[in-house]
Design a protein around this ligand. Structure first.
Ligand code: ATP
Ligand code: MG
Length: 331
């Protein structure tokens, strides 16, 4: 039997090159060897967008388009919507007994995100948001996932999941599988503004759907070495976001770019042009494929519906075993 992958995205916006190198490319690479489940995490998206249901609704389609665009093949991978699998919510409730509030409060990613969402949560975070790592443990284990391809920010969630699995199995019998995280080629892609994370909600991203002109404009505004002002000023590539992305998109010419920049032989305008050309070229087939599916909403709907049906079967099998173990299998 093939090993299982569970991974996914929150429908909070379109996907960008951070997602691509953090998680999407790994999914595509592994979909032949693994039985892959790709979840559109609408329930999780609502934990910090409960007041904006239309945003979440609209982005379900966008996120599925992005996955199909990068090469997820619906014949190999199962794409489904989280809220359509109520077994995940059930499991979350059972797991919530196995996690303390202080453990959740110590989760570094949750801590960081609560700080970023001060406006929403004011002086007290919701029960739902604080508990989303518990629901993530349910997402992963309900499919018996062996592997979870994620960006670096998700590592604490996988740790949390392992702890829940251990505790569950020690009380209710050896029913759940412990998953492993798999980090992409770039664990955390930085933002155009130099922020340590390119984020959907941070306004610092190059989206997979961005048209060439938009990419050019965004690269033009990217943060560069502030000490390099004139063309022949010597630059420090390590203080420059343009060089940072060259490391991802311009492997062939990287040495040259570095030497020229350091010796004052490379102007930022030219350097940015070269970068945007490379990004545009790299993303072109993705953009084209995205348009193909965008123009076939019925096909996309069918892919999601079929995937959801398949995911539901797997989830209900796990729930049956879980309920037996927990002695709540009445009739
Ligand atoms: P949100 O701000 O709504 O949380 P997000 O940009 O963090 O959005 P998610 O849907 O939460 O995106 O994450 C989907 C996957 O992409 C996760 O595995 C996450 O680790 C990964 N990911 C997100 N941003 C980056 C990034 N900048 N670099 C690498 N991986 C990333
Ligand atoms: Mg996130």
């Amino acid at each position: 039997m093939k090993k299982i992958i569970l991974t996914g995205d929150r429908p909070t916006g379109q996907l960008h090159i951070g997602h691509l190198f953090g998680s999407l490319l790994k999914r595509v690479e592994l979909q032949d060897q693994y039985d892959s489940y790709i979840m559109v995490a609408d329930v999780q998206a609502l934990t910090d967008n409960f007041n904006n249901p239309q945003k979440v609704r609209d982005n379900v389609f966008e996120v599925v388009l992005d996955n199909l665009a990068v090469g997820i093949d619906p014949n190999k991978s199962t794409i489904f919507i989280q809220s359509m699998i109520p077994e995940i919510a059930e499991l979350t409730i059972f797991y919530s007994n196995l996690v303390t509030v202080s453990r959740l409060q110590r989760n570094p990613t949750v801590k960081e995100e609560i700080k970023q969402k001060k406006e929403l949560f004011k002086d007290s975070v919701t029960f739902g948001f604080l508990g989303y790592p518990v629901s993530q443990a349910a997402d992963i284990t309900v499919f018996g996932a062996d592997l979870v391809p994620v960006g670096e920010d998700q590592l604490p969630m996988i740790e949390q999941t392992k702890e829940i699995v251990k505790k569950f199995n020690s009380i209710y019998g050896n029913i759940l599988k412990e998953p492993e995280a798999l980090i992409g080629s770039v664990g955390r892609v930085k933002g155009l503004d130099g922020n340590t994370k390119m984020g959907k909600s941070l306004n610092n991203a190059i989206y997979l759907a961005d048209e060439p002109e938009i990419i050019e404009q965004k690269v033009k505004k990217a943060l560069t070495d502030t000490k390099k002002i004139k063309i022949d000023d010597k630059g420090n590539p390590n203080d420059c976001m343009v060089y940072y992305y060259h490391k991802i998109f311009s492997q062939d010419n990287l040495r040259n770019i570095e030497t020229e920049c350091k010796s004052g032989k490379r102007g930022c305008v030219h350097c940015k042009k070269e970068l945007s050309e490379n990004i545009i070229k790299y993303l072109e087939p993705i953009r084209e494929k995205r348009k193909y599916y965008q123009n076939k909403p019925e096909l996309v709907r069918e892919i999601i519906e079929n995937g959801t049906k398949k995911a539901k079967i797997m989830a209900s099998e796990t729930l049956k075993k879980v309920k037996e173990g927990m002695k709540i299998n009445y009739f």
